[in-house]
Design a binder for this molecule. Structure first.
Ligand code: C5P
Length: 227
């Protein structure tokens, strides 16, 4: 089977509160999403990368992406939710992908994805019947809040993991899962709703999702430290 990637990049970044979506904020002299895409296009197993943009995204054309090479394809079919954007990206991939090809779905907002993380995911899932995702065990103690923001309970964190991306599933099954189960916040959620059990592949906390301003400074430190 072949490997393809879909990068949903049609979010507005409301929680970040910047003047433009977070995927276009400057990170070491490049738009944040440049780093995200570079990690994927540089991987030899990944044959093509579809970036799903909002139909009216005015920022993408203002940058030069030629350095990322011929694997990159943009599709302007972002939807109202992440799941919808991914579903639309899967439709665009239909001309290339066969049912048993692997699709890696990766957040535009995770620019610190690295080659070793991608290798771990692809290697550990190579013969897996279901597929899976990068994830890290929860490190903090977890509190459940009541309506007054007081602690109602301390939740045992044993066996709890934080889901990251990429999430890697077979093309045909992912299309089926997302067409049946659209109210999910990640692809694994849709696969689970089919009654399947995605594999948790241990990732790394440096694969952070840029959500708030402090995350951007942290991402810059992480990337600079690798050079
Ligand atoms: O908002 P959040 O950080 O959870 O978004 C995760 C990813 O999904 C981001 O890369 C964002 O651009 C993308 N997204 C999308 N379409 C939406 C909402 C989010 O492609 N409608």
């Amino acid at each position: 089977p072949r490997h393809y990637a879909i990068v949903p990049a049609a979010g507005s970044g409301a929680r970040f509160g910047a003047e433009k979506p977070k995927q276009y904020l400057d990170l070491l002299g490049r738009p944040l999403i440049f780093h995200t895409l570079a990690a994927l296009t540089a991987h030899p197993a990944i044959e093509r990368v579809w970036v799903v943009l909002a139909p009216d995204d005015p920022w993408w054309p203002r940058h030069d992406w030629s350095e990322l090479g011929p694997k990159l394809e943009t599709v302007r079919c972002g939807g109202a939710t992440r799941a919808e954007s991914v579903g639309n990206g899967l439709q665009a991939a239909a001309m290339a992908a066969a049912d048993d090809d692997w699709i890696l779905v990766h957040d535009a907002a995770r620019p610190c994805l690295s080659r070793p993380m991608l290798d771990a995911l692809c290697d550990e899932l190579a013969d897996d019947p279901v597929g899976g995702l990068l994830a890290v065990p929860v490190a903090d103690t977890l509190k459940r809040a009541d309506a007054n923001q007081r602690v109602a309970a301390t939740e045992p964190r044993d066996g709890l993991w934080q889901a990251q991306t990429p999430q890697m599933f077979r093309y045909g099954r992912l299309v089926e899962a997302l067409s049946k189960h659209n109210a999910v916040t990640d692809e694994a959620g849709a696969i689970e709703a089919l009654g399947l059990k995605p594999k948790l592949v241990r990732g790394d906390s440096t694969n952070l999702k840029v959500t708030f301003p402090a995350d951007l400074a942290l991402a810059a430190m992480i990337l600079r430290g690798r050079k």
